[in-house]
Design a protein around this ligand. Structure first.
Ligand SMILES: O=C(NCCCCCn1ccc2cnccc21)c1cc(-c2ccc(F)cc2)cc(O)c1O
Ligand SMILES: [Mg+2]
Length: 214
């Protein structure tokens, strides 16, 4: 019986990280991905930029599209004030099952709501399901060809307010060219590119931070 990479990543967390210590979980995953097996976590370099944006926004409600193993979920949730929440959406139930255990190991389950499903189905249901008006921060890290349609969908569903922040991973590699073009051209967004590298590599990648102006 062969384990999957997410399962091996979880084992590395359970072996090397301290229960209830989110930073040790982040460190254990980065160590695993650098020393053992690459995985598509936002990683330590782009992760520091994510930390900066989260700390600056100090959000009450965060939407993460693309949980994978929960690495960025833990990075975000560890910085949130009490009562703040991350709603994170994962399409792949096997990934979601691993992420749930990684988030629990970090002791952050009270700050995180993990959903299994597709963004196109769930974005229209967010308000009624969670009794929220808008998201203070959205971290886009799912299918790169869904960044643009889902951003338009969030606008249409009234999930963005004046000052809501969109932070998109992988705008260079694998790339989200139509999304980049949209947020950089639109008068409804003020956009800024944070040059970095693809997680655990020397390949260029970056995060695009876009403020919704309403
Ligand atoms: O593909 C990436 N992520 C998305 C994975 C699938 C998300 C599916 N999903 C989750 C929630 C959800 C909701 N609705 C619909 C679909 C949904 C990704 C890839 C690379 C990468 C890979 C190979 C390479 F050579 C270079 C770069 C690096 C990254 O950092 C990435 O994030
Ligand atoms: Mg990514």
């Amino acid at each position: 019986t062969h384990s999957t990479r997410p399962q091996r990543l979880l084992s590395a967390v359970q072996k090397n990280a301290t229960r209830g210590d989110p930073s040790s979980v982040v460190k254990a995953i980065d160590q695993f991905c650098r020393q053992k097996e690459w995985a598509m976590n936002v990683g330590d370099e782009k992760g520091c930029i994510l930390d900066l944006v989260v700390s600056e926004v100090n959000p009450t409600f965060v939407l993460e599209l693309g949980t994978y193993c929960g690495y960025s979920t833990v990075r975000i949730a560890r910085l949130l004030p009490p009562h703040a929440k991350v709603i994170t959406l994962e399409f792949n139930p096997d990934f979601a099952a691993i992420a749930h255990q990684v988030i629990a190991w970090a002791g952050l389950e009270d700050k995180v709501h993990l959903i299994v499903g597709a963004s196109g189905d769930w974005i229209p249901k967010m308000k009624e399901q969670f009794g929220l008006n808008s998201f203070d921060l959205v971290f886009l890290d799912h299918w790169k060809d869904r960044y643009l349609p889902d951003t338009k969908l969030m606008e249409e569903c009234g999930l963005l307010r004046q000052g809501s922040i969109l932070l998109a991973d992988n705008v260079i590699c694998p790339g989200a060219p139509d999304y980049l073009d949209y947020v950089r051209r639109s008068s409804q967004y003020e956009s800024q590119y944070f040059k970095s590298h693809l997680e655990y590599t020397k390949v260029e990648d970056g995060l695009e931070k876009s403020i919704f102006l309403g």
